[in-house]
Write a protein that binds this ligand. Structure first.
Ligand SMILES: [Ca+2]
Ligand SMILES: [Ca+2]
Length: 158
């Protein structure tokens, strides 16, 4: 009799332990990564031949950029350096636009060839400028996923 009660208690304890631990473990995983934020980065460049790829002889463009949430709220500003490289850091999970308020609507074709060196401008919006849509998501391990190879190719002509 004693032996049977002992086994029953152990089974009950193990079952309860399993139930109690599961939600605590997943909550602990998501909190620290979500608080840090992700990096969104890329390069604005002068696409001389307008082929949508960053070629070795094409220069970067220093540019003032704005990060805006899809709901239209200003999130951050960044300035591309003399090589056209820019970075936004500490960006939380969400959908965004990187906006470049250039005056010429002549932008490179979107997503042609190698995604690390292509142009991710998808539209020129009158009164706003050239738009790169992007997002920060969480993968199944709770790790932040963001694009650090965003390209913005354009031409002055037209
Ligand atoms: Ca090119
Ligand atoms: Ca890209």
């Amino acid at each position: 009799m004693r032996k049977t009660i002992g086994v029953l208690s152990m089974v009950l304890a193990a079952g309860l332990g399993g139930i109690a631990l599961a939600p605590a473990a997943s909550a602990n995983q998501a909190a620290p990564t979500g608080a840090t934020g992700a990096e969104i980065a890329g390069r604005i460049w002068f696409d001389a031949d307008l082929n949508g790829q960053q070629d070795p002889d094409e220069d970067g463009i220093p540019a003032d950029l704005e990060l805006v949430s899809l709901s239209g709220n200003h999130r951050d500003n960044a300035t591309a350096d003399e090589n056209g490289r820019f970075s936004f850091t500490g960006v939380p999970v969400g959908d965004y636009e990187v906006r470049y308020a250039k005056s010429s609507p002549l932008i490179s074709p979107s997503h042609v060839g190698n995604p690390r060196t292509d142009s991710d401008f998808t539209e020129y919006r009158e009164g706003v400028g050239a738009i790169i849509p992007t997002s920060v998501t969480l993968d199944s391990n709770g790790e932040l996923v963001s694009d650090q190879y965003l390209g913005g190719g354009f031409h002055f002509g037209g």
